[in-house]
Ligand binder design. Sequence first.
Ligand SMILES: [Zn+2]
Length: 131
Amino acid sequence: MNNLFEQARVAWRVNGGIVNGHDPEYKNLVKVCKAEKLDIDLVIPLLLSAVESYFAYCRHRKTDGVFCEPPSSFTVYINNQRWMREYPTSQTNKPKQRKCFHCGNTDVVNKADFKPWRCWRSECKTEYEKL
Ligand SMILES: [Zn+2]
């Protein structure tokens, strides 16, 4: 369990967040879990993926030119129980997947002048030429 906690800390640090040391941070987590009546053994496995999805969310916002506050210290993250917060996955803002207008397959021919998109299947090509 401790090892998973350390992995979450490392993920926080490598993404530019502030860490203050394993022991004080672990003690703080114990304190927060106690105060909030949370089972620490259930919280720790959630931390790593929560941290990762948080930074994925930040990266995604940056790509879109949206401001994302710089990561705080890991202690603040723990204190605010931010692992409970859900971040939208990058899935939601992904550009629409290209699909063949005829069969709906995604292996479209990558050519800008094919609009609508079409795949390489001969029947789709035939349909495309009828447009
Ligand atoms: Zn097709």
